[in-house]
Write a protein that binds this ligand. Structure first.
Ligand code: CAA
Length: 279
């Protein structure tokens, strides 16, 4: 397998592929600093599991042996399955899919981990749109049990079947969604998070009480505001904008407070401040 993009999602996907499905994994990231940071993060996750007795030294060594990396798509090593996990930029993704489909054998499946961009639109940049599919992993990938699978308009049944089988080999349960804005997960999750931010904006309750109500009252691992910071407020805003722009309904309008926080650079855990502070 080849994973394009060595951010948190890409690293998680590659780690699970190498560790659970026992596949050879090549990470490609055009930013050498990001590649190094990503591989260090992968080492840290493996070291934590070794320390906790969830992974043996031998297992760690064999996972590491299966992993290679490169800094250019032109160095892609003949993979039969690629998962793209770069940032949510439709033009960037289309460029990568056009390049990959030129470099790889016609039968290679090209999957995108996009959380809200149309699969059909990404697929149309490749030479074989029938081999392109959405494979939406959840964060943190090693922990979350679900992968949403999204066939585009032209995706073949064979591509869908192979992708579902691969996700299962990686230990995940799959669901299948039509290629619509937000698919299933974000169509439901983002309006929930957005509404929690509107509740905060309206002063209905404190941030803590909004979170505690949903965490303890509906048995969620995190309250919606904590989850928004964890996902990244910029990502939440971007997905709300896709839902609002493409579905048109005002019920998807991003909360003013969400836009303000992003404008301020308060993006959540990754920037040290979001709805909460992360010193
Ligand atoms: N990468 C890998 N593993 C991680 C991790 C990360 N970034 N963060 C936490 N973990 C692991 C921990 O190492 C720990 O593993 P072990 O039990 O093997 O030690 C396990 O997760 C539990 O972590 P903690 O004990 O530190 O903390 P916790 O019990 O509070 O769980 C959590 C943390 C798993 C993140 C949990 O709070 C949770 O499930 N939150 C909800 C996450 C969620 O909803 N994700 C989906 C977001 S939506 C999305 O991804 C789609 C999109 O397009 C936006």
């Amino acid at each position: 397998m080849c994973v394009v993009g060595a951010g948190q999602m890409g690293i998680g996907i590659g780690l699970v592929a190498a560790r659970v499905a026992k596949l050879d994994v090549q990470f490609i990231d055009s930013n050498p600093a990001q590649l190094e940071k990503g591989l260090l993060f992968l080492d840290k996750l493996l070291a934590k599991d070794v320390a906790k007795g969830k992974c043996t030294e031998d297992e760690r060594a064999s996972v590491k042996e299966r992993i290679t990396s490169a800094s250019s798509i032109s160095q892609v090593a003949g993979a039969d399955f690629v998962v793209e996990a770069v940032s949510e930029n439709a033009e960037l993704k289309r460029k990568i899919f056009a390049e990959l489909s030129q470099l790889l054998p016609a039968e290679t499946i090209l999957a995108t981990n996009t959380s809200s961009i149309s699969i059909t639109k990404i697929a149309s940049a490749s030479q074989k749109p029938e081999n392109v599919i959405g494979m939406h992993f959840m964060n943190p990938v090693p922990v979350m049990r679900l992968v949403e699978i999204i066939p585009g308009l032209q995706t073949s049944q064979a591509t869908l079947d192979t992708t579902v089988a691969l996700a299962q080999k990686m230990g995940k349960t799959t669901t299948t969604s039509q290629d619509v804005p937000g698919f299933i997960a974000n169509r439901l999750l983002m309006p929930y998070i957005n509404e929690a931010i509107i509740a905060l904006q309206e002063g209905i309750a404190t941030r803590e009480d909004i979170d505690t109500t949903m965490k303890l009252g509906t048995n969620n691992p995190m309250g919606p505001l904590t989850l928004a910071d964890f996902i990244g407020l910029d990502t939440c805003l971007a997905i709300m904008k896709v839902l609002h722009g493409e579905l048109g309904d005002t019920k998807y309008r991003p909360a003013v407070l969400l836009q303000k926080y992003v404008d301020a650079g308060w993006l959540g855990v990754k920037s040290g401040k979001g709805i909460y502070e992360y010193p």
